[in-house]
Design a protein around this ligand. Structure first.
Ligand code: DAH
Length: 344
């Protein structure tokens, strides 16, 4: 009886080699090592054998089952592989031209901001992040704008459920945090970030927009440092030879304060619609850090001085590219966004 097992194994193995596709292989499995297959059912024939031979008989059956299982899996693997190789759909035609990958692009605001960060980075300014949600104190109070200060009217503010916590209306509060974090000077940072104002959305004003704040503090920083740094910045951003000027202005957190203009891109100073016939485009506000602000940042104004500036990258991009409506920036219209592979 045990001898018969060898014959069965040989026959079943030969049948396995005959299976030429996965379907036939499955048929073979069902007929042999499957639950009701011939090999599986051999165990039932134990009864036909004398008790003395039973252990050897059982052991032999188990060996056969195990080796057939291994052979089955190997055959299955081989058939699967050759099925795949013969599948016309999957075959690789190396002569076909490649598919052009669709490349995304950076948002124009990101492009301008990176350019600006890079320029200041090259001049030794570190990029610093400050939070979007801040106390009323940081956004206004620490910047020399007490609750009844008239300058607060210029900024319609988004308040949170806690009236002492606001969405920042400008990045200037970050100056205080940067000074507090970095003592003693030199402090040389720029602070890019989103700002929020509760305004009517029009072609000229959005409820959110970016600003890039800048701050330098040291033992003997003067207005000449401010002018030199910002003039060099404008030269690197807009190119050699674009005229620039500083105009006296007012901000509560700087004294003296100024605004920087550059010669109009469109008319080069002649006067046109873009520059409202002035020949100049305002690109940023700046000034010497007010003594009170230095003090609030932990710097004694008797010992230290500094300059600060703030600019709007969307505004700069609009002037640079003649974009007439600020709403394009957040409307996600690909026809607009696609035009900006790089700034300038
Ligand atoms: N915070 C001002 C604004 O939102 C911009 C500004 C002006 C920032 C002068 C400054 C500065 O740091 O010195 O319009």
């Amino acid at each position: 009886m045990i001898d018969q097992l060898d014959d069965i194994e040989a026959r079943v193995s030969a049948a396995l080699d005959q299976a030429v596709d996965l379907e036939q292989l499955e048929e073979w499995r069902r007929a042999t090592i499957g639950r009701k297959g011939e090999v599986q059912l051999l165990t039932r024939r134990m009864g036909e054998i004398g008790p003395a031979d039973r252990p050897a008989f059982g052991k032999r059956i188990n060996e056969i089952k195990a080796s057939l299982q291994v052979a089955f899996e190997a055959r299955q693997e081989a058939l699967k592989r050759s099925a795949h190789d013969n599948d016309d759909d999957d075959r690789l035609d190396v002569t076909l031209p490649g598919r052009r990958p669709t490349l995304g692009g950076l948002h124009p605001s990101t492009l301008v901001m990176r350019r600006i960060e890079r320029i200041f980075g090259d001049m030794g300014f570190q990029t610093y992040r400050s939070p979007d949600v801040v106390t009323d104190q940081l956004n206004f109070g620490d910047l020399n704008m007490p609750p009844d200060h008239p300058a607060r009217d210029m900024q319609d503010t988004f308040y949170t459920t806690d009236p002492s916590v606001v969405l920042r209306t400008h990045t200037s509060g970050g100056q205080i945090l940067a000074m507090q974090e970095q003592y003693p000077a030199p402090v040389r940072v720029i602070l890019p970030g989103m700002c929020y104002r509760n305004e009517q959305i029009t072609s000229r004003s959005e409820i959110q927009f970016h600003q890039i704040e800048g701050l330098a503090v040291g033992p003997a920083i003067t207005f000449a440092d401010l002018k030199g740094t910002l003039t060099e910045f404008a030269r690197r951003l807009f190119g050699e030879g674009r005229g620039a000027r500083f105009r006296a202005s007012y901000f509560p957190f700087t004294e003296p304060s100024a605004e920087m203009d550059i010669a109009c891109f469109l008319c080069d100073g002649e006067g046109c619609q873009l520059c409202k016939e002035t020949g100049w485009l305002e690109i940023l506000g700046c000034g010497m850090v007010h003594p009170t602000v230095l003090w609030n940042g932990g710097y004694d104004p008797e010992e230290w001085s500094g300059f600060a500036f703030g600019m709007g990258p969307e505004r700069i991009a609009m002037l640079r590219h003649g974009i007439r409506d600020i709403r394009y920036f957040w409307s996600n219209d690909l026809r607009f966004l696609r035009q900006f592979q790089r700034f300038v």
